[in-house]
Design a protein around this ligand. Structure first.
Ligand SMILES: [Mg+2]
Length: 227
């Protein structure tokens, strides 16, 4: 029997920041220039969403001829970061939704800590988390490993089964479930493709929603009747 939901742990990209569409677009351009003709860059990215850029590139290079030197990875990283920074915005409605939920909150992200903190400050979301921002480059293994979620639960001084994760990727849902959290899947950011909600449910999300304005009510209902 799971405990009552008393804490919220949010993924960053695709949940707090509507950054995934810009990141995917930039990455697609970078990969299309490097993959052999006939390999669809968008199709190789899609199943790997939510991975760190380095893990995603290594995974693709394991299946396709992709020249990957440290310099090449750094060039791709700079192109993606520049595109994301130029289009930075919060997911519509997320700030108001989080303010309306009277629970302690933390962030668990696969992105680099420095970039996440800067982006949360620029979009005005930083004060909602009171410094509880945990990123894979600072805590251990990246998602789908459970490390960032476990770090977030520790900073909240909460047992994982009292925490609710908000996630937009299969990689992230897998990480949160491995850490023992329940998961609400979010399929409302700009990058979501058809069938995504079903994939999040299959990975272990208890429920999927697509409009942040619904979040406070969903959390209240979950507190009354946990899935
Ligand atoms: Mg995400």
């Amino acid at each position: 029997m799971s405990g009552a939901v008393a804490h919220l742990v949010c993924d960053c990209d695709g949940v707090l920041l509507d950054s995934e569409a810009a990141a995917q677009r930039a990455l697609q351009i970078q990969l299309a220039a490097r993959l052999p003709p006939g390999v669809d860059a968008a199709a190789v990215i899609q199943p790997r969403l939510g991975m760190t850029l380095e893990a995603l590139l290594a995974d693709i290079a394991g299946q396709h001829p992709l020249p990957l030197t440290p310099d090449e990875i750094a060039r791709i990283r700079r192109a993606v970061d520049a595109e994301v920074a130029s289009r930075l915005r919060a997911v519509p409605g997320v700030a108001a939704a989080l303010r309306a939920i009277p629970l302690p909150k933390a962030v668990a992200s696969n992105s680099a800590g420095a970039r996440v903190r800067a982006a949360l400050r620029r979009t005005g979301l930083w004060p909602l988390f009171q410094g509880r921002v945990h990123c894979a480059d600072e805590v251990g293994a990246a998602k789908p490993a459970p490390d960032v979620y476990l770090a977030a639960c520790r900073s909240l001084r909460a047992a994982p089964d009292h925490c609710l994760a908000l996630e937009d990727s299969v990689t992230g849902v897998t990480a949160a479930r491995a850490a023992g959290l329940r998961v609400l899947g979010f399929a409302g950011a700009g990058h979501i493709a058809a069938g995504h909600a079903e994939r999040l449910l299959a990975a272990g999300a208890g429920q999927v929603f697509d409009d942040m304005r619904r979040l406070p009510e969903l959390v209240r209902r979950l507190q009354a009747r946990p899935f």
